[in-house]
Design a protein around this ligand. Structure first.
Ligand SMILES: N[C@@H](CCC(=O)N[C@@H](CS)C(=O)NCC(=O)O)C(=O)O
Length: 217
């Protein structure tokens, strides 16, 4: 059921985890009290309710805290799933979850060591970029069969994975454009132009405690 008292969301515009949480909240039509932040200056309240201090953080009106992006997506879609993101045209929710977990484990590991090589001792960005292509190549294979990862309409896996592929593509756009994955390029273009994505990328000023309450979605 849609929550009558809007939950509170801490978010950061450019974070791929926060993006996918916002995508699901937008899609399910759940209004939230919205607080944009900057990672180097996290609001005290956010750290109090979620000491691991990563975005996104969603706090429901009964005080319950959901601070894993995939859990926020699943919570939102359990409220309302108008586009059937949890029931893909091909395959199952469990198969989508397996692919999503691989994105955030193996692919994200290489993405971070490619994009932020200086944060990791001995990380060779070229090697990690090339290892990341295993996952990209696999997605491209699926997308050569059907326009979306699980069939003829977009579902949870597309929206949960695309923010990370966008980050990978943006790290060196010129190089990425010439990689031989046409189906994946078409899919990424679709995502970047999609209504949910453009809606959730609105630019907002970081929240200050004295600000008026702001609602979104
Ligand atoms: N497993 C978490 C990961 C979230 C995450 O790592 N978010 C990053 C930003 S993209 C963050 O908040 N990092 C903390 C920091 O940089 O201080 C989730 O899925 O929500």
């Amino acid at each position: 059921m849609i929550q009558q008292t809007p939950p509170l969301l801490y978010s950061f515009r450019r974070c791929p985890y926060a993006m996918r949480a916002r995508l699901a909240l937008y899609m399910c039509g759940q209004t939230v009290e919205f607080r944009e932040l900057v990672l180097r200056n996290k609001p005290k309240h956010m750290v109090e309710i979620s000491p691991k201090a990563t975005v996104p953080v969603l706090q429901l009106s009964d005080g319950q805290v959901i601070d894993e992006s995939l859990d926020v997506m699943l919570w939102a879609l359990a409220v309302n799933d108008p586009a059937l993101w949890l029931a893909p045209q091909l395959g199952t929710k469990d198969q989508m979850m397996t692919l999503i977990r691989r994105c955030e484990n193996e692919f994200k590991t290489h993405l971070d060591r490619y994009k932020y090589a200086n944060r990791y001792e001995d990380a060779d960005p070229a090697q990690h970029r090339s290892q990341a292509l295993n996952f990209i190549n696999e997605l491209n294979g699926r997308l050569a069969e059907t326009p979306y990862l699980f069939g003829t309409r977009p579902a949870l896996a597309d929206y949960a994975i695309a923010p990370f592929i966008r980050q990978f593509a943006n790290t060196d756009k010129e190089w990425f454009t010439q990689t031989p994955y046409p189906a994946l390029h078409t899919w990424l273009d679709w995502f970047l132009k999609s209504d949910p994505f453009t809606a959730i990328m609105e630019k907002l000023k970081p929240w200050q405690p004295e600000d008026e309450v702001m609602y979104r979605f």
